[in-house]
Design a protein around this ligand. Structure first.
Ligand code: C2O
Ligand code: CU
Length: 539
């Protein structure tokens, strides 16, 4: 069978934005990196050549990779990183995904510049659940850091304080004309009046939830994270790091003007300093006469602290749940987990004040091991991880009230995993706490999950489950847990392997807001992992 093969050369290159030049890692000299297009159910191959100066891996975000954890990518979880000068070939196995996903580096903060879109079209002979769009337009939202992100990471792990914020938000790699020295290179897209376009919007940023909109054009949201949704129409969207949104845009405005697309931070925690700039791009009509245009129209975007706008947007996501795109929400649960999300203090000998900021799930701050967990599991190497990740927080208190217990503020590092039986049904309730007091985009590798419920305050296990949506909940791989609220999700553990679960704010990931599931193999051939590739990189 014929398979598409991509070559990714990861290299340092110089880029200039907001009047300053810096060197950073990119794929094939492109920022954002190359777009991969595929059909539903295809398998594609990516040869990654590390020609940079640091170890790297690539992850296929939102691709379930059935039985294929070997090629999932997170460093020290499913593989050792690819060293400078070395190469590794990924086999990426698509299954049920259709829509927009993306790929990114899964080492340290390298994701900042090593990322790109994965566009998955319907299989030949099958249709979109809406009128076929005239064209795809990838819209990759990102962040620009003047500093080298390795230095930012190093600082985040050493000091007891917060983290540097990015210097600009970007749309397809460009901050746009509200920034100095950027006007000329502002990203522009030309449309034809009368046509419908499919915007494939990705939040590839490291640290911010974002609002995004297009002036004078409504967006009809038809998909998220590789699954279709019941269409709904909005003026703007909220998208968290890791998420993708598919939006239809009808080019039905005057061809004599141009229109801004813009994106700005949604900051759920406004007592911290955040990047409050606005990135812009231009939508123009091809058939417009080549005369000097008036100032572009500007979209209506919610203010950065508008929590209501963000929550209202998120609450509109519903699975399509049609005959061709059915849902199958588990109604019986085998494993109930309640996981608290917190930012904490971790004792640290080499740190400035003898401690540093950390983050945790159920008060365990994840410690990345030196050798990869998948191999340790596969070869039964002891001493790499422990199987006792807690199913519930170590102590209960009023999670969303400021008067939390001081002992909870202090956390412990550990490499703890949760082991699941093949095919068991898991329900995870993520509970934000007053110790973090902000949204968290929680992401699971290897699976999509049904988001069955969401609410503010403390999850109440006697009342809240009766309000779950088991009919058409969105099927996602990255869900925004509301500030001082909770989110409940369910999935069936039918993918054997080792699957990382973490907050997709990278500062929280590196501070330890992560854990993983080890899903055991079953007894049938379809429930076994694919054979271990012989050329896995070595630690
Ligand atoms: Cu998009 Cu583990 O990441
Ligand atoms: Cu987080």
């Amino acid at each position: 069978r014929h398979m598409k093969v991509y070559d990714f050369y990861v290299k340092e290159n110089n880029y200039t934005r907001i009047c300053e030049q810096k060197s950073m890692l990119t794929v094939n000299g492109q920022f954002p990196g190359p777009t991969i297009t595929a059909q539903k159910g295809e398998v594609f191959i990516v040869n990654v050549y590390n020609q940079g100066n640091k170890p790297i891996t690539i992850h296929w975000h939102g691709v379930d990779q059935p039985r294929n954890p070997w090629h999932d990518g997170p460093e020290f979880i499913t593989q050792c990183p690819i060293n400078p000068g070395a190469n590794f070939t990924y086999t990426v196995v698509l299954s049920e995904e259709e829509g927009t996903l993306w790929w990114h580096a899964h080492t340290e903060f390298d994701r900042a510049s090593v990322h790109g879109a994965i566009i998955i079209h319907p299989k030949h002979g099958t249709d979109y659940p809406f009128k076929k769009p005239h064209k795809d337009i990838p819209i990759i939202l990102g962040e620009w850091w003047k500093a080298n992100v390795s230095h930012i990471l190093e600082e985040a792990l050493r000091t007891g304080s917060g983290i540097n914020i990015s210097d600009a938000t970007t749309i397809n790699g460009q901050p746009g004309d509200l920034f100095p020295c950027s006007e000329e290179n502002t990203f522009k897209v030309s449309v034809k009046s009368g046509k419908t376009y499919l915007l494939r919007i990705i939040n590839a940023g490291l640290t911010n939830d974002l609002f995004f909109g297009v002036a004078e054009h409504l967006l009809t949201i038809v998909g998220t994270e590789g699954r279709y949704l019941k269409p709904f129409t909005v003026e703007n969207i909220m998208i968290s790091p890791g998420q993708t949104m598919d939006a239809l845009l009808q080019a039905d405005r005057s061809s004599n003007s141009s229109y801004y697309m813009a994106s700005r931070t949604f900051a759920s925690r406004t007592n911290l300093v955040y990047n409050n700039s606005t990135a812009t791009a231009i939508l123009e009509y091809m058939d417009a006469p080549p005369i000097a245009r008036s100032e572009p129209y500007f979209p209506n975007l919610p203010a950065s602290d508008n929590i209501t706008a963000a929550t209202e947007y998120t609450s509109q996501l519903r699975s399509l749940a049609s005959k061709d795109h059915p849902v199958d929400v588990p109604t019986h649960v085998d494993e109930h987990m309640l996981i608290t999300l917190a930012t904490n203090i971790l004792p640290c000998q080499s740190c400035e004040n003898g401690n540093r900021l950390a983050a945790s799930l159920n008060n365990v701050s994840f410690d990345n091991p030196q050798t990869d967990i998948l191999d340790a599991y596969y070869y039964s190497i002891t001493g790499v991880f422990e199987k006792d990740f807690p199913k519930k927080p170590p102590f209960f208190f009023n999670f969303t009230n400021d008067s939390y217990s001081k002992e909870f503020r202090l956390t412990k590092a550990g490499t703890k995993v949760k082991v699941l039986n093949y095919s068991s049904v898991v329900e995870v309730v993520f509970q934000d706490t007053a110790m973090s007091n902000e949204t968290h985009p929680m992401h699971l590798h290897g699976f999509a999950f049904y988001v069955v419920g969401m609410g503010v305050g403390n999850f109440d296990k006697t009342k809240d489950p009766s309000k779950y949506n088991l009919v058409d909940p969105p099927y996602q791989n990255t869900v925004t847990v509301p500030k001082l609220g909770w989110t409940a999700m369910r999935f069936r553990a039918t993918n054997p392997g080792v699957w990382f679960m973490h907050c997709h704010f990278d500062r929280h990931t590196v501070w330890g807001m992560s854990t993983m599931f080890i899903v055991k193999e079953g007894n049938t051939p379809e429930s076994r992992m694919r054979p271990r590739p012989s050329n896995m990189p070595k630690c």
